[in-house]
Design a protein around this ligand. Structure first.
Ligand code: UN1
Length: 510
């Protein structure tokens, strides 16, 4: 049997630790004893640890533990749940640096961004802690005398939460904090590329005082762990962020069981740059949105839709700046752009750049997997890349690449820009750079995305507003903000008749 650290040690490079699943408040190996490794994408010789390669048997154990915890947790007053949530937020804040470093090591983003990822977890924990004392329903007049009418939120039950590797602390925190504050219990399946972040996160949740079984973590593949969670008749709500094909499969399988499902499936986010834009400002926003997190955000900008009159000037500045971004391990303070998550991602990005040039785009900068620098040869590095002269229906302008590749599409005027911005199957984030107030307001109204920015890039959503997208980005649900409560609660309408007699609605008051 695999040895499982009770409180897994961190850091050891050659004698790496082994982590189990966290079930019912305890660390346990996978029942099969199988494990998988997590490695540093900036240097794949660096093994972070071994993690449980779980299957349906482990999922079943986690669901049993969750079931046992549910009655106690749902009957805990929400403000008390909020106190634990607050303690968790405070612990995250206290351990921010340690978590950020572990995140950079496991998924590659630069340290400043990893700190931001943890901060996003702190923010949502504090917001949701406060929801413990809000969670407003309605009290409203009844149409009948001496009758009271109100609505309250109740938990759904067991929440299956399946999270991606690109925000390995923030996204599990968004989903889990909304699920838990409303009185649900959780089975989390973190991405196979970032199990260590999940282990560190759940340790802090345990320390904060979430009772045993309220939060369970099962690591392993989507097929062996994710799908059994989705298929389980005992899991009542699924929240998933990840790729579109998996999301559709989850939707279909969940639909057969009439499950509540919240899906967030990516984007093809555009920044429109109008003729009257402040180009210096636009350049900053575009670079940050396209190459921050190495382009691996659902909200990343992958299309610039620029008015022909300023296109050459904009592209010239973008290329100049992009070519000077420094690739390297995210842990080094000189690094602007870290590695991609794994070798498949690297291959996918390289393939898309080939597709783009074959479709007729001009490679303005980048376009190389970068292993020429000795320091980078063991990581999944790819240079920030700009393709110019892309047409709106080209594959690189339609399909999510999830890497540091930016397509420039030239247009004439606002009308055409808006059409191109909206001309994809996705609808997560968008932005417009303009100094004209009327154009800005038109874009706020016209752009068919769940998030619109004016004179700012497409990334950087704050946790107290709804997060999510239209069209193929999801199925209409929103995360974060109080909108997130809708995913994890049932509405119950309650009528109290204190008239002491039968009163018939719609009849006796006519
Ligand atoms: C994601 O990539 O799925 O708005 C989340 C942003 C971040 C969250 C991105 N706050 O870019």
């Amino acid at each position: 049997m695999t040895e499982v650290a009770a409180n897994p040690a961190e850091g050891a490079r050659d004698d790496f630790p082994t982590f189990g699943n966290f079930i019912g408040g305890e660390w346990r190996p996978a029942e099969s004893g199988r494990t998988f490794e997590s490695r540093n994408p900036a240097d794949t010789r660096d093994v972070i640890g071994r993690f449980a390669a779980s299957d349906a048997a482990d999922v079943a154990a986690a669901i049993r533990a969750a079931e046992e915890a549910l009655p106690g947790w749902r009957s805990t007053p929400a403000p008390k749940r909020g106190e634990i949530m607050y303690a968790f937020g405070a612990l995250l804040a206290e351990h921010k640096e340690r978590l950020a470093r572990a995140m950079t090591r496991e998924m590659g983003k630069v340290l400043a961004e990893a700190r931001g990822d943890v901060q996003e977890g702190v923010d949502i924990a504090y917001l949701m802690a406060g929801e413990g004392r809000r969670m407003f329903g309605d009290t409203t007049p009844s149409e009948l005398p001496n009758k009271w009418a109100m609505s309250i939120r109740q938990p759904i039950g067991i929440a299956g939460i399946i999270t991606p590797w690109n925000f390995p602390i923030a996204i599990p925190c968004w989903k889990m904090s909304a699920a838990l504050i409303t009185g649900n219990v959780v089975v989390l399946k973190p991405a196979s590329d970032t199990p260590h972040c999940a282990a560190l996160l759940v340790e802090l949740m345990h320390e904060a005082g979430f009772p045993q079984g309220t939060v369970n973590v099962v690591t392993g593949s989507g097929e062996e762990v994710g799908m059994p969670i989705v298929e389980s008749p005992d899991v009542n709500v699924i929240s998933f962020t990840g790729n579109g094909a998996t999301g559709r499969e989850i939707y279909v399988r969940g639909a057969r069981r009439l499950k509540r499902l919240s899906l967030e499936l990516g984007g093809k986010n555009a920044i429109a740059v109008m003729a009257d834009a402040d180009l210096d400002l636009a350049v900053e926003g575009i670079l940050w949105s396209a190459f921050g997190t190495t382009g691996q955000r659902c909200t990343a900008c992958s299309r610039v839709v620029v008015d022909e009159t300023v296109a050459d000037a904009l592209v010239g500045r973008l290329v100049d700046r992009a070519a000077r971004l420094r690739l390297g391990p995210g842990v080094e303070s000189t690094t602007d752009v870290g590695p991609l998550i794994n070798s498949e991602a690297l291959k996918k990005v390289a393939t898309y750049v080939e597709v783009g040039t074959e479709e007729g785009a001009r490679l303005a900068t980048g376009g190389e997997p970068t292993s020429d620098l000795a320091a980078l040869e063991h990581g999944h590095f790819y240079s920030p890349t700009i393709l110019d002269g892309v047409r709106p229906m080209d594959r690189v302008a339609q399909e999510e690449i999830f890497g540091p590749v930016l397509s420039v599409i030239r247009v004439h005027g606002y009308e055409e820009a808006a059409m191109v911005v909206n001309g994809t199957r996705y609808g997560l984030s968008s932005s417009i750079y303009t100094t004209d107030t009327n154009t800005a307001f038109r874009a706020m109204n016209d752009f068919a995305t769940g998030i619109v920015y004016v004179n700012a890039g497409t990334i950087g959503a704050e946790t107290h507003l709804p997060f999510g997208g239209m069209k193929g980005t999801g199925n209409g649900h929103r995360e974060a903000g109080h909108a997130a409560l809708d995913t994890f609660t049932e509405w119950k309408s309650i009528y109290v008749d204190y008239s002491g007699r039968l009163q018939r609605a719609q009849i006796d008051n006519q």
